[in-house]
Design a binder for this molecule. Structure first.
Ligand SMILES: Nc1nc2c(ncn2[C@@H]2O[C@H](COP(=O)(O)OP(=O)(O)O)[C@@H](O)[C@H]2O)c(=O)[nH]1
Ligand SMILES: [Mg+2]
Length: 663
């Protein structure tokens, strides 16, 4: 299984189509979204970008390859996170513009951390300008392992017209719509070719002492030994080979297929990396309408339709259909061999990152999930859809490991969180299409609170004479501010039973009732109330009467105690390329944030981590601004830190919003 990864727009989905065409799997190469195998869903076509991983298969020279085309856009890239560790090799597809090299870093880092062997395909070579040496130097800054150019490009002026394969030392000229044509190595680049080849051998010799000896004593290594080194060092992730071409024009694509054929490690390596020998590893689940749930899995064992599987918790499930996936098309299979990627039907319990075992239960290493950076409060447009909404949400969240669903206890809203606004809107589109539920998605409420500046003593009397039985409660409350974050404290200094013991909890309840909505319109906090005095009536006093009295006293006290607003402040860690750090700090400042400092991001050369306090109200669409300032690379993590006073224009607006809602 091969992964195509890299930034959005580099040409991964086009390359998938080109690989299918060059291998003879399809007989026409369609533009992306216009009949292509990848990006065929309505969501992908509407947006003109891959929004979920595409899975397809190709047969080349007697071998079968599953290809996973990973979305590159930061809103959608997470969909391939679980597939990458199960791949034998990843092709990092890049744009030939050195200024875009940094965009490759997140994918490269992920693969390095996972230990997945990788190669680079420099795409859009038809658009390349400038020297490939500059591009390679720029790309080297984002790779921990040395990049090894496997080809030297042949240029006619600025235009790249072909390449020399540096292992074989054979030259090829690109031809429009046809396989490249073998040519003689042009005389004017013969010296460059010799240098480039020697450089490649030197790089390989860093991991091969025998080759080093040969080079030092001016011996020419055999072609077999060069190929053996290329294969071994690529498979071990010691070097990252680089190929050039154009997916759109089919240039360099057959050469790439041949390299995949040699350099791809056998599936046993991925199985061992995952601890997934003799199992099927689930890397995506999808809801396929009437067909129910499909689990996309890499098989490291033989599987057949109807066979029994054991889940990690020891429970059993039966394969209810086995399918080969080609984009949006599925065809039924009777069985699958080890190493294939298939869709397994009707295993409800299958979850992304889990192992389905043919023997005893097995656990896979835990998946690294991405932290959500954007949220909507979701509700059904029509009340009658409430129940269907929760069912649909549960399914959509289950099949998208980048989504999270939770109820915010502060606002009682259902929050759907994910990797960006486009991600959430796409998930909601998919939900509407599949389940027919219309969803309202709104900016989540900020949990404003209010507290008081002054201490006030107030009496609350509740007296009612209605026919026979009356109601009587009478309390005196001393209300005062508490230190920030202390919440609420209630106590009493009642002596002589002026408020009988059994009704004191009712008074406290009344006080709490009043605090649900303070004078500005938000829940009150950081307040102490002391019950100091009161009176009662033998017949008319009751729990409800004292609760009412407590509420009246508290409402009056809060109204006079100089209430003011508090807003939640979060602590953020923002990770950005260093070239954007100053733009980010000023963006945070203009969002009323406070920069706490910044430092080099651990393990990410060329990146910074900025720490800041930021009002929660300013975080809602922050990710869009961070991405706009960092070419989509920046990310952040946020966690509630403390409440802080809100004043000025913002406070007025928040107070007004509460009045409008009450009206
Ligand atoms: N000039 C040129 N354009 C290409 C090439 N490959 C892809 N493209 C274009 O680049 C854009 C993005 O391609 P796509 O495959 O969707 O990129 P992805 O986001 O990496 O999947 C599309 O408009 C393609 O037509 C190429 O080799 N040359
Ligand atoms: Mg794509």
């Amino acid at each position: 299984m091969i992964a195509l990864v890299g930034p959005a727009g580099a040409g991964k989905t086009t390359l998938l189509e080109a690989l299918l065409y060059a291998s003879g799997t399809i007989d026409r190469q369609a533009p992306v979204g216009q009949g292509s195998v990848g990006d065929a869903t309505p969501e992908a076509r509407a947006r003109g970008v891959s929004v979920e991983l595409n899975l397809a298969h190709l047969d080349f020279m007697g071998d079968r390859y599953a290809v996973v085309d990973a979305p590159g856009a930061p809103d959608f890239a997470h969909d391939a996170d679980a597939a990458l560790p199960a791949c034998d090799l990843a092709l990092v597809v890049v744009d030939p513009d050195p200024a875009k090299a940094l965009l490759t870093q997140p994918a490269m880092r992920r693969l390095e951390d996972l230990g997945v062997p990788r190669a680079v395909f420099v795409n859009k070579i038809d658009q390349a300008r400038g020297r490939t040496a500059d591009l390679l130097a720029a790309l080297q800054t984002v790779s921990a392992q040395p990049l090894v150019a496997r080809q030297l490009v042949i240029q006619d002026g600025e235009k790249i017209t072909g390449y020399v394969d540096l292992a074989l030392e054979r030259a090829f000229a690109y031809r429009q719509g046809k396989p490249s044509e073998r040519i003689d190595i042009p005389a004017e680049i013969a010296a460059d070719e010799a240098d480039a080849r020697f450089h490649m051998l030197e790089q390989l010799a860093d991991h091969d002492d025998a080759l080093m000896e040969q080079l030092l004593s001016d011996e020419t290594p055999s072609l077999d030994s060069v190929f053996a080194d290329l294969v071994r060092e690529t498979q071990e992730g010691l070097v990252v080979p680089v190929f050039f071409g154009s997916a759109q024009n089919g240039h360099g694509v057959r050469r790439l297929l041949k390299a995949l054929r040699h350099d791809t490690p056998p599936p046993e390596v991925a199985a061992a990396r995952l601890g997934a020998e003799k199992t099927a590893y689930v890397f995506k689940t999808a809801w396929a309408g009437h067909a129910g749930k499909l689990a996309y899995a890499r098989t490291f064992t033989e599987l057949s339709d109807g066979s029994d599987l054991t889940l990690p918790d020891g429970s059993k499930a039966r394969v209810g259909g086995l399918f080969c996936v080609q984009g949006q098309t599925t065809t039924k299979l009777a069985r699958a061999a080890p190493g294939e990627a298939v869709a397994i039907g009707k295993v409800e319990e299958a979850q992304v990152g889990r192992l389905l075992s043919a023997n005893g239960p097995r656990e896979a290493p835990p998946l690294q999930r991405r932290t959500p950076v954007y949220s909507f409060a979701v509700s059904a447009k029509e009340r009658k859809d409430d129940v269907r909404l929760s069912g649909a949400l549960a399914k959509i969240v289950e099949e998208d490991a980048g989504l999270e669903l939770r109820r915010d206890p502060r606002s009682d809203e259902i929050l759907m969180s994910g990797q960006g606004e486009a991600h959430l809107r796409c998930a909601l589109d998919r939900m509407r299409r599949r389940f027919g539920v219309e969803v309202k998605a709104e900016r989540p409420r900020v949990a404003y609170r209010e507290t008081i500046r002054a201490s006030v003593t107030k009496r609350g009397r509740h007296k009612k004479q209605t026919g026979g039985h009356g109601q009587f409660g009478d309390v005196v409350l001393e209300v005062s501010p508490l230190p920030r974050g202390d919440g609420f404290r209630f106590s009493d200094r009642i002596t002589g039973g002026v408020v009988p013991k059994q009704w004191i909890p009712a008074v406290e309840q009344g006080v709490r009732d009043a605090m649900e909505k303070g004078p500005i319109g938000y829940p009150a906090t950081d307040v102490a109330a002391v019950l100091t005095d009161g009176s009662w009536h033998a017949v008319d006093s009751s729990e409800i009467a004292f609760r009412t009295a407590g509420r009246i006293a508290m409402l009056d006290a809060l109204a006079e105690a100089k209430a003011y607003l508090l807003e939640p402040i979060e602590k953020l860690a923002i990770h950005v390329p260093s070239s954007s750090t100053s733009k980010i700090t000023s963006a945070i400042s203009s969002r009323r944030g406070q920069i706490l400092g910044f430092d080099a991001r651990a393990g990410w050369p060329g990146w910074d981590t900025v720490e800041a306090f930021l009002p929660e109200a300013e975080r809602h669409d922050l990710i869009a601004e961070i991405r706009a300032l960092t070419q989509g690379l920046g990310t952040f993590e946020a966690a509630f830190d403390h409440m802080a006073e809100l004043s000025g224009r913002e406070a007025e607006a928040v107070a007004k919003a509460a009045r409008m809602e009450a009206a």
